[in-house]
Design a protein around this ligand. Structure first.
Ligand code: FES
Ligand SMILES: [Fe+2]
Length: 312
């Protein structure tokens, strides 16, 4: 999110430092946040200036990434500032969400999102009207693929998420799974006999949990307008970083938000224990690949096929 009056903010794209800028023309840019001089990270914090200045030798770029000043460059007859711009990356927006790709060879964002915005709209969420609430970050001692696979099934919900299971119907005949070319979706209806502190009643009638390839999770819980979104990013073979940015409709009460976030955090902490357990199991070196129950774990098979295609 680029919230006014900020003009730029840094981000990490699974190990690629990126800076997102809003320039004077109102255009959004995503730039590799690595100085074209000797490779220092240029921007370490959000700012409201019209330039980006590298802290190492003060090479200075405009917000479109053009190099506009390099001290002592006048003493270098063959130096060409025009060939030393910060590298641009593809950028696109959907409502308040900004998507940046780490390589230039990606289709337009609308093609990647495909029917996903429609599904979210049909849940009763107007993304343009959502307001940012807070970011939650976590570091998991587990491989990225283990974390994604855990996100993709609710076979474990009855066993491992008792609070969630009291609110959402997680049985095989109630809980919906769907695959698309660029994402997969889980639909969790509210139980008729729901119970617990979190009240799921409201215009949003059921949960939607989307995973947009390769690594974006999007969650909508039942109740009032809400959406949390963020990447699941590998940080090494046994470590994964996540963040979730929570958004709510402007008329949602603080009390409901507090209950919903508490409900969500409980599920999240239970999931951390599960994936870290799987990681320890994997590291034993005795696991032969395991078994998938396709009726309940279809989305994992879909994901594994996607990974397999990209690796081959
Ligand atoms: S590395 Fe950025 S100015 Fe030298
Ligand atoms: Fe879970």
């Amino acid at each position: 999110m680029l919230a006014p009056p900020a003009t730029f903010f840094p981000a990490d794209l699974t190990g690629v430092p990126v800076v997102v800028t809003g320039d004077a023309d109102g255009d959004l840019n995503a730039l590799v946040n690595v100085c074209r001089h000797r490779g220092a990270v240029v921007c370490e914090a959000p700012g409201e200036r019209s330039t980006l200045q590298c802290p190492y030798h003060a090479w200075t770029y405009d917000l479109a990434g053009n190099l506009i000043n390099a001290p002592r460059s006048d003493r270098e007859p063959n130096f060409d500032p025009g060939s030393h711009a910060l590298t641009p990356l593809p950028i696109g927006t959907w409502g308040p969400f900004i998507f940046v790709a780490a390589t230039s060879s990606v289709p337009p964002l609308a093609e990647t999102l495909a029917e996903l915005p429609d599904l979210v709209a049909r849940a009763g969420i107007d993304v343009e009207a959502l307001q940012f609430w807070d970011r939650s970050e976590s570091q998991l001692e587990a491989n990225w693929k283990v974390v994604v696979e855990n996100f993709l099934e609710c076979y474990h919900c009855r066993v491992a998420h008792p609070g969630f299971n009291k609110v959402v119907a997680t049985g095989a005949d109630d809980y919906g799974l769907a695959t698309a070319r660029t994402f997969s979706t889980q639909y969790g209806p509210v139980r008729d006999d729901w119970s617990g502190r979190f009240d799921p009643r409201g215009p949003v009638e059921r949960s939607q949990f989307h995973r947009l390839f390769p690594n974006v999770a999007i969650n909508i819980l039942p109740g009032f307008a809400n959406l949390s979104i963020g990447p699941i990013s590998p940080r090494g073979p046994g470590r994964t970083h996540r963040f979730l940015d929570y958004f709510f409709g402007s008329d949602v009460t603080d009390e409901w938000i507090k209950d919903m976030v508490e409900f969500d955090n409980q599920v999240g902490s239970e999931d951390v224990a599960l994936v870290e357990s799987v990681q320890r199991g994997m590291e034993a070196g005795t696991h032969d690949g395991g078994t998938l129950f396709l009726d309940s774990e279809e989305l994992i098979a879909h994901f594994q096929a996607w990974v397999g295609e990209r690796l081959s």
